[in-house]
Design a protein around this ligand. Structure first.
Ligand code: AN7
Length: 360
């Protein structure tokens, strides 16, 4: 079965790829952009640079159709909404959910309404929502305020909420854990993720558990989540009114998946810790320059977490660690240009000037 899943040429998305693990029938009208089947890339340069003695693999979810992991959950949520005859979907978003919802709604010929915190979502994500044609409403405040309104808007069921409080989102996202087990032959020892609403950490844990129950894998990983220090309600063990971080994707103070995430941590002997914006930016620069893998700042929070664990000697020698790179670096060009270690140099348009500039 797994060789069939790895065949990129024939890959038709996570529902077709893992339909026996998802609640879809032969008649279900599947809405897909061929999401999933993302690469799992070993990153030895990064591990060496941080003085580690373990194997680290990145699940590069930035290579999904709208360039984030949200597409796995969105194909399920929109498919289920379509099957139910829903015509309008809605979400609150720090950017990636709105980009994904807008794309899948376009594909499904549905209307999509997105509520975003004004001026607080990365430019690429705003461009996506607009280009895919979503009704894009920006408001003062933060993600949590927007989600409160979306919950009310969707309460009577006429408009379908596609935030991760929609259980189909979690179902779709769990397939990333299946792909990792298929690629490695078993679950890793530890899985590290950035945490905002905690939907994804919940989904991975569900996926690892279900794959083990189905006999497709033998072990379960420790789940480790990392929040930005200015938006770390799990670490504080209390909701936060004014979350703040450069990693705008995880600028969330009232996580929607509070209880299930706590259960995942408890059962996997895992934990959620925090990393500062400075640590996030360091990891952001390192992974791009040292491995050629460009991720957005929120994804770099997972790598900053790995550096923190390594510095505290908390990663067992020889162990296998997977970290999810949740979104592509191109999502957030403003942060990239501002924080790149290299600046563009302007030169005269002739060979001598170029030779001089590169020291030849
Ligand atoms: C790149 O788009 O919440 O812990 O509204 O975009 O499952 O919330 C995005 C979250 C990590 C956190 N990395 O995942 C949204 C939104 C990236 C993200 C997260 C998000 P969860």
């Amino acid at each position: 079965m797994s060789s069939e899943h790895k065949n990129a040429a024939g890959w038709r998305g996570i529902i077709q790829g893992y339909r026996e693990h998802l609640a879809v029938g032969p008649e279900t009208p599947i809405v897909s952009l061929h999401e999933g089947n993302t690469p799992l890339i070993r990153v030895p340069n990064f591990v060496e640079a941080i003085g580690g003695a373990f194997d680290l693999y990145l699940k590069y979810e930035g290579l999904n159709p709208t360039a984030s992991f949200k597409d796995r959950g969105m194909t399920m949520a929109v498919t289920k909404a379509k099957a139910r005859g829903v015509q309008v979907i809605a979400c609150a978003s720090t950017g990636n959910t709105s980009a994904s919802a807008a794309a899948y709604a376009a594909r499904a010929k549905m209307k999509c309404v997105v509520l975003i915190p004004e001026g607080k979502i990365a430019r690429g994500k705003l461009a996506q929502a607009l280009m895919y044609g979503a009704t894009t409403l920006q408001m003062p405040g933060n993600f949590d305020d927007a989600l409160t309104i979306v919950r009310e808007l969707c309460a009577d069921g006429a408009v379908e909420v596609v935030n991760s409080i929609n259980p189909h989102r979690i179902e779709g996202q769990k397939t990333a854990a299946f792909e990792i087990c298929d690629a490695l032959g078993d679950a890793p020892d530890m899985h590290v993720l950035p945490v905002g609403n905690a939907g994804n950490i919940t989904a991975y844990w569900k996926g690892y558990r279900e794959y083990a129950d189905a006999g497709e894998s033998d072990t379960l990983p420790r789940m480790m989540g990392f929040q930005a220090a200015g938006a770390a309600p799990f670490v504080e063990d209390a909701f936060i009114d004014d979350p703040e971080t450069i990693a705008s994707a995880i600028r969330i103070g009232k996580p929607a998946s509070w209880q299930p995430a706590k259960a995942a941590l408890q059962f996997s002997a895992g934990a959620i810790d925090k990393v500062t914006d400075e640590e996030i930016l360091t990891a952001y620069q390192m992974i791009t320059a040292q491995e050629g893998i460009f991720v957005e700042p929120a994804s770099a929070a997972a790598l900053a977490g790995i550096i923190k664990l390594q510095n505290a000697n908390k990663i067992t020698e020889g162990s296998i660690v997977v970290a999810t790179m949740t979104g592509h670096g191109l999502k957030d060009p403003d942060n990239a240009v501002e924080h790149a270690k290299v600046e563009a140099t302007t030169v005269e348009p002739n060979l001598d000037a170029v030779r001089a500039a590169i020291g030849l």
